[in-house]
Every structure is written in structure tokens, then in C-alpha cells.
Design a binder for this molecule. Structure first.
Ligand code: ATP
Length: 493
């Protein structure tokens, strides 16, 4: 209705102006100004995700639904006592906890921990992402920050709760170091407003708000955000270890029909470096594979294939020609033989099925999770990477572009050796090294491994050839089969 009235008024104004033959230019400028103001004031306010009274039971989770992360859970629970026992905190004169930062790689369960925190403390859960605050218009972010805190209070009151957990994912976007963005004003104003709101939180408030931030780039956060009294506690949420991976797998397979013969520890061993999100995806993919094969239960082979799928991507229809297939088989067998020679029992699977960007690959299984590497271990990894190119040269007389990725990784490992002071250069700053010297040292490290691999595979040419033929034929060989062949070959020699 207001719209019709405005249109009518504008039409009347135009007729009057025409009647008096007045100039239109000031009017047009004025209208443009109004339009601009209207557009600015009408910037859409995002709807922040809230879990209030009705949805509470349905969406919040408890800490038992989070696998692994024992240290993070313990630290978080300690911090949450501030919310659970406000009276005691007040009596003891303890400064209330206002902010808690969850730091860790993507998919490790930071959002889950924040939701579990809301469940544990009986709080309303409101979540937003850092990117929702940043607009091209100065002042909008600050306005959203105010709205968000207000929303926490009103939701808690409506749900009859005394506390609210405000979860801000990607907090680095909102709380990045001030002055580092090109559009300083908007970013800085938003962060300033956020700090003002944080400072305004008190233990005597009607609704206690605890802000939980999550980031995987803590180094870019503004120091003001992390100072005592604001985000007091930093909880590290790391990739799960072997036990954690097994627990997470069990959690995500709980609602799926899994064969009793499945050894979850074995699957957990195969998934070094997987996050909780990867493991959830793995469980899902295994169920899809079982369904495709019309199997009523998920078998170990489905889970193992799902590992490959999560690491490398979906199987491709790409079909290399006979000659290329043979080269790929030779290449992958080379990697596998070097790996088994250096670390017996390390190869899990060798395949020439194209997946994602790879035409073939070997999957290794670390005997345990490693956090540190010695020079010998890094040299071994370089040797395994070079095994593909060396075997191509030995059996086919030349190399192909299929080794470029292996070489890139070998160079990165050589740099790691230099950086860690494990090379002949001793302890050096890699960025201050003359480029020529750096290059020569990398070459030296890689060449010595290449020579060693060359000698190793030259002594096993017959075995290399036999295994590669088998791989080219069958497309996939298991680590057990590989080891059996190696043992038989050694016995025959
Ligand atoms: P991001 O940093 O990308 O926002 P995040 O650390 O917040 O990720 P979540 O959103 O909590 O990760 O996890 C994504 C999904 O991964 C969850 O919904 C869950 O299915 C699974 N997941 C991650 N970690 C765990 C865990 N520790 N236990 C069980 N499931 C997990």
C-alpha cells in the first residue's frame, strides 16, 4: 500500500513540475540519493542459526557422541564449570569466562564440541560464521554483532534458559588482525564492536553468554581478541589418533548394518591423517558401496574401498591404453617394492585403477601414528617416492611425466630435511640460503636416494617384472599378496 502511495505521489510531483516547467535535475539527484539510502538500510540481516527450546532435544548432542578428542573434551568441560556453577564463581570472586577458542584443522569436531557444550550447560545454542558479518558497507558488520548478542539474550529468555552459547565458526574472518584488510574500516569496526560486546558480558547478567570461537588459522587473530579477559582459553582440537579414529568410526557405523567380521582397528590403522569428517564420510561411502553391491551388511572390503575413495576420489572411467597401463603398473610396483624393502608390512594396496587425479597408487599403512621424523625416515620416504621413476627407467628404458608429483613431494621432503637442520649444511635458515646452494643440497639428498633405489631394484628386476605383469592384469594387488611373492622370490634365490 505504501508502495502505491509513493508511486502516486511521484507521478503527481512529475505533473506539477511539468506544469511549472521546473528543472528535473535536482529532483533526479535527490531521488538517487534516497534510493541509495534505502538500499543501504535494507542490507539483509542474516538469520543466525539458533537451537532454542523446541529444537533443543533434537539437535544438541552430548560429549559421548564425539569420538576421541579426550584432551579437548577435558579442557572444555573444565571451562564449562564456569557456566554450570555461576553462584560459586561469584562467591569466589572469579572473573567469569567470556570466550573460549577452539583451534584445529577442518572437520575435527569443533562445531560438535560447541554443541555438546550447550547441551552440557543447558544453554541456548546460537551459531554464526565469521563471514556473515563482513559486508562491503561500513557499519553493517558492527550492527550484526549487536543483533547477534541481542538475539542470544532474547532466545535464552524465551526458552527460559539462564545461559547461551554463542558459537562463531571461522572467527578469523571476523577477528583477523586489524589493519590487514584492504577495506580496513568495515573489518575494524566489526571487530571493535565484537570486543565491546565481549567486554560488556558480566556474571550478574540475566543471561550468561559464553562465546566459543573456532578457527584453523589462530596466527591471524588480532592480539586484542586473545588477551586475558576475552578469549581466555584456547583448546586445541587435533586430528584424531588411532584410538580416536576407531571410536569415531564406531560412532558413525552404529546406525549402519556392519558385518561382525569387520576389524575396526584395521580400518583405523589405514586412515592415518583422517579427520572426524573424513571418517564420517568413509562410513557413509562404505554403506553406499554395500548397497550398490546389494549386500545386506557392510563388509571390510567396502570400508577399505571407501578409504581409497575418500583419499583419492571416485573411480574414473578413464581407460589408459595397453602401453600406458603397463607403464603405470611398472611405476606403482616400483613404489611398492621399495616400500616393502624399507618397511616390511607397510604396503596395504597397490592399484592401477584411476581415481581422482591419480592413474594408480599404493596405499601405505603406518605401523603407528608418527609426529616426528628422523633423517632416516625422511630418506626412506624419498626413496619410496623415487621407486616409481627408477623402475620405469629400469624396465622400460625411459621415464614419463607420471613421476612429476613424486618429484615435487621428494623435493618438499628434502627441504624439510634442510629446514630441520638434518642435512650436511647443519642448522641453517632456508630463506637466507643462496638459491644455488639450496638447489645443490636438495639434489644431493635426492640423488643419493635415487642411486640407492637403482641398486635395490636392479637386483630384483625379475620380481619387479613379474609383479608388474600381475598388477597390469588384475588391476589391484593386496599387500599380503605382494609380501607372499617377495618371500617366495627370496626363498627361490
Ligand atoms: P570446520 O573447521 O570445517 O568448521 P569442525 O571442526 O567444526 O569443522 P565439525 O563441523 O564439528 O567440524 O564436524 C563435521 C562432521 O564430522 C560432524 O558432523 C561429524 O559427523 C564428523 N566429526 C568430526 N569430528 C568428529 C568426532 N570427533 N567424533 C564424531 N564425529 C566427528
Amino acid at each position: 500500500m505504501i508502495r502505491d502511495l509513493l508511486i502516486g505521489l511521484a507521478a503527481a510531483l512529475v505533473i506539477v513540475l511539468l506544469w511549472y516547467q521546473a528543472s528535473f535535475i535536482p529532483m533526479v539527484l535527490l531521488a538517487a540519493l534516497f534510493l541509495l539510502l534505502f538500499r543501504f538500510s535494507n542490507v539483509k540481516t542474516p538469520r543466525f542459526n539458533t537451537i532454542g527450546k523446541g529444537q533443543f532435544k533434537r539437535k544438541l548432542i552430548d560429549f559421548n557422541q564425539i569420538g576421541g578428542q579426550e584432551v579437548a573434551k577435558k579442557e572444555l568441560l573444565e571451562a564449562l564449570d564456569f557456566v554450570v556453577q555461576p553462584q560459586k564463581i561469584r562467591e569466589m570472586g572469579i572473573r567469569p569466562l567470556k570466550g573460549l577458542m577452539l583451534v584445529g584443522p577442518p572437520g575435527t569436531g569443533k562445531t560438535l564440541l560447541a554443541k555438546a557444550a550447550a547441551g552440557y550447560t543447558g544453554s541456548v545454542f546460537v551459531s554464526a560464521a565469521g563471514s556473515e558479518f563482513i559486508e562491503m558497507y561500513a557499519g553493517v558488520g558492527a550492527q550484526r554483532v549487536r543483533q547477534l548478542f541481542a538475539q542470544c539474550r532474547s532466545k535464552a529468555k524465551r526458552a527460559n534458559k539462564k545461559s547461551a552459547i554463542l558459537f562463531i565458526d571461522e572467527i578469523d574472518i571476523l577477528g583477523g588482525k586489524r589493519g590487514m584488510h584492504s577495506s580496513h574500516l568495515e573489518y575494524d569496526q566489526t571487530l571493535n564492536q565484537f570486543l565491546v560486546e565481549l567486554d560488556g558480558l558480566g556474571s550478574n547478567d540475566e543471561v550468561n553468554i559464553l562465546v566459543i570461537g573456532a578457527t584453523n588459522r589462530p596466527e591471524v587473530l588480532d592480539a586484542a581478541l586473545m588477551r586475558p579477559g576475552r578469549f581466555d582459553r584456547v583448546v586445541q582440537v587435533d586430528l584424531p589418533d588411532l584410538e580416536g579414529r576407531q571410536q569415531i568410526l564406531a560412532l558413525h557405523l552404529k546406525n549402519k548394518p556392519v558385518a561382525e567380521s569387520v576389524d575396526l582397528e584395521k580400518i583405523a590403522k589405514e586412515t592415518f591423517g583422517f579427520s572426524g569428517a573424513h571418517l564420517e564420510n568413509l562410513a557413509n561411502e562404505a554403506a553406499i558401496l554395500a548397497m550398490r553391491e546389494k549386500e545386506p551388511r557392510i563388509l571390510e572390503k567396502h570400508l577399505l574401498e571407501a578409504v581409497d575413495k575418500v583419499i583419492m576420489g571416485e573411480k574414473l572411467n578413464r581407460k589408459p591404453g595397453e602401453e600406458e597401463r603397463w607403464r603405470i603398473a611398472v611405476h606403482e610396483t616400483g613404489h611398492a617394492l621399495v616400500s616393502e624393502s624399507l618397511k616390511p608390512g607397510s604396503v596395504s594396496i597397490v592399484t592401477i585403477t584411476p581415481r581422482g587425479k591419480a592413474l594408480g597408487y599404493i596405499r601405505q599403512q603406518p605401523e603407528r601414528d608418527y609426529y616426528l621424523y628422523t633423517r632416516d625416515q625422511l630418506d626412506q620416504q624419498i626413496a619410496i617416492l623415487l621407486g616409481g621413476a627408477v623402475s620405469e627407467k629400469l624396465l622400460l628404458g625411459n621415464r614419463s611425466t607420471g613421476s612429476s608429483n613424486d618429484f615435487n613431494q621428494a623435493v618438499e621432503l628434502a627441504k624439510k630435511i634442510i629446514c630441520a637442520g638434518l642435512s650436511s649444511l647443519g642448522v641453517v635458515s632456508i630463506k637466507d640460503l643462496p638459491r644455488g646452494l639450496l638447489h645443490r643440497t636438495i639434489q644431493k639428498i635426492i640423488n643419493s636416494q635415487e642411486q640407492w633405489v637403482h641398486q635395490l631394484l636392479s637386483r630384483q628386476l625379475e620380481l619387479l617384472n613379474e609383479l608388474a605383469r600381475y598388477l597390469a592384469d588384475k588391476e589391484k594387488i593386496t599387500g599380503d599378496f605382494l609380501r607372499e611373492k617377495i618371500t617366495r622370490h627370496r626363498e627361490a634365490c
